[in-house]
Write a protein that binds this ligand. Structure first.
Ligand code: TYD
Length: 198
C-alpha cells in the first residue's frame, strides 16, 4: 500500500506522516517512511541545493529535477518496498509538482507527461490548514527572522497553494484532514479517516 501526505508548508504533514508510521509499526506493519525531495539519493541532494539557491531555475527545469528525483525515489525505494509487501508512506509526491510547479506556470500537459510512469498512490491525505496558522508555524520554526514583506508574499502564496491543493483533492478523491489543533488531535483525525482501509 502506497500512502502519500501532502499539504502546504507549515501544515504539519511531516509530523503526521511520522505519527502514522509509528502507529502502524505498533500494529506490526512493515513501514517505509520516506519523502520528496529525497534526503538520501543524489538527485534529492542536488534538488535541495537548487531550491535554496538565489539563481532560481526556470519552473520547467524545477519540474524536471523533481521528476528526476522522483524517478530515483520510485525505482530505488518505493517500488521495491511495495513489491516486498511493505506500506510506503511518503511526505510529498507528484501532487506537489501539480501544485507548486503548476502555480509557477508549468502546464498540466507537461507535468502529466513527465510524471506519467510513476505509480499512483493508493491513498493521498491532504493535511489542510488555513494559511495564517501555517505562517505562524513557519515563523516559529524560523525564529522570526523573515522580513514583513516576505511574510506577506508567502502568505499570499500559501493561499494559492491551499486553493490548488483543495481543487486537486476534490478531483482526485484525497482524504482531506483538518490540520488545526495539536499534532495528537490531527493524528486522531488521520487514523479515523483511514478506518476501513485495512
Ligand atoms: P519540503 O517538504 O518543504 O522540505 P524542506 O523541509 O526540506 O523544505 O519541500 C521542499 C520544497 O519543495 C517545498 O516548498 C515544496 C517543493 N516541491 C516542489 O516545488 N515540487 C515538488 O514536486 C516537490 C516534491 C516539492
Amino acid at each position: 500500500m502506497f500512502i502519500v501526505f501532502e499539504g502546504i508548508d507549515g501544515s504539519g504533514k511531516g509530523t503526521q506522516a511520522r505519527m502514522l508510521a509509528d502507529h502502524l509499526i505498533r500494529k506490526g506493519k512493515k513501514i517505509v517512511l520516506t519523502e520528496e525531495p529525497t534526503k538520501e539519493l543524489f538527485t534529492g541532494y542536488f534538488t535541495r541545493i537548487i531550491l535554496r539557491s538565489k539563481d532560481t531555475p526556470h519552473p520547467r527545469t524545477i519540474a524536471l529535477m523533481m521528476a528526476a528525483d522522483r524517478n530515483e525515489h520510485v525505482e530505488k525505494v518505493i517500488r521495491p518496498a511495495l513489491e516486498a509487501g511493505e506500506i510506503v508512506i511518503s511526505e510529498r509526491y507528484y501532487w506537489s509538482s501539480f501544485v507548486y510547479q503548476s502555480l509557477q506556470g508549468v502546464s498540466d500537459d507537461f507535468l502529466n507527461y513527465i510524471n506519467r510512469e510513476f505509480p499512483k498512490p493508493d491513498i493521498t491525505i491532504l493535511i489542510d490548514i488555513d494559511p495564517e496558522t501555517a505562517m505562524e508555524r513557519i515563523i516559529g520554526r524560523a525564529h522570526g527572522n523573515d522580513g514583513l514583506v516576505q511574510q506577506f508574499e508567502r502568505l499570499e502564496f500559501l493561499r494559492k497553494l491551499r486553493r490548488k491543493y483543495l481543487e486537486i483533492a476534490r478531483k482526485e478523491g484525497f482524504l482531506v484532514v483538518d490540520g488545526s489543533g495539536t499534532p495528537k488531535e490531527v493524528h486522531t483525525r488521520v487514523v479515523a479517516a483511514l478506518e476501513g482501509y485495512w
